[in-house]
Design a protein around this ligand. Structure first.
Ligand code: ADP
Ligand code: AMP
Length: 225
């Protein structure tokens, strides 16, 4: 009984708190996420970075597939992305129990991503809100081309960017709109300079601890009954 209680409480305590970070390619998501990490103690997980790391990992069965999807600006199959995100979250929390806040950058990028998240993570993580980096396509393209001078990325070129922008408009914008209808989007004017971009408060702890106390009380009550 005590063990059951403890493991239930432990599961509740360990539930990751997630903020999805979306916006066009080069909108400055990674740049601003670094500030949030510094100020609020989140762990930043970029879907793109995880996929690029998996592409280079020796022995990866997905290396070639990921490579061609990235060059084409297409969205990699959700099973791959979800398992990379889930592993990264679990590893982070195993190494440090205090690290339960995650900025998940570049996800969910389409309906398939969203469905995959619901299938695998529903009940296992709380999505608090979506941080939307809003700026024009031209600003996105200019920034990526500038980044491309030194990034070594295979997709920071005009040809890939045209496709990435199309993918963003056709697949990702509807996801942002969906979250907007649920009142879960916090929009950032990403067109300003790095220093001038104004971020909303990203403190989620107060609500987290309220939810936590409620869940613990519910768990204890159901165990007693
Ligand atoms: P994302 O993560 O959205 O792809 P990054 O944070 O990597 O975008 O930024 C893309 C490029 O634009 C980088 O070279 C970065 O230095 C630059 N950059 C980011 N934010 C701004 C900004 N507000 N103004 C000008 N350049 C920016
Ligand atoms: P980014 O680093 O966010 O600009 O992403 C670079 C590329 O990685 C994208 O153009 C996609 O090909 C791939 N990618 C990034 N995030 C995802 C995702 N959530 N699902 C599938 N593919 C992704």
């Amino acid at each position: 009984m005590i063990l059951r209680l403890l493991s239930a409480v432990f599961r509740v305590v360990m539930k990751p708190q997630v903020v999805f970070v979306l916006g066009g390619p080069g909108a400055g998501k990674g740049t601003q996420c670094a500030k949030i990490v510094e100020n609020y103690g989140y762990t930043h997980l970029s879907a793109g970075d995880l996929l690029r790391a998996e592409r280079c990992r020796e022995g990866s069965e997905y290396g070639q597939l990921i490579d061609s999807f990235i060059k084409e600006g297409k969205i990699v199959p959700v099973e791959i992305t979800i398992s990379l995100l889930k592993n990264a979250m679990e590893e982070t929390m195993q190494n440090d129990q205090e690290k339960f806040r995650f900025l998940i950058d570049g996800f969910p990028r389409n309906q398939d991503n969203l469905q995959g998240w619901t299938n695998v993570m529903e009940g296992k993580a709380d999505v608090k809100f979506v941080l939307f980096f809003d700026c024009s396509n031209q600003v996105c393209v200019d920034r990526c081309l500038e980044r491309g001078k030194s990034s070594g990325r295979t997709d920071d070129n005009r040809e890939s960017l045209e496709k990435r922008i199309q993918t963003y408009l056709q697949s990702t914008r509807p996801i942002i709109e969906q979250y907007q209808q649920q009142g879960k989007v916090r929009t950032v004017d990403a067109s300003r300079s790095v220093e001038e971009v104004s971020l909303p408060p990203c403190n989620i702890d107060q609500r987290y601890y309220c939810d936590l106390i409620c869940s613990v009380i519910c768990t204890i009550t159901s165990c007693i009954h």
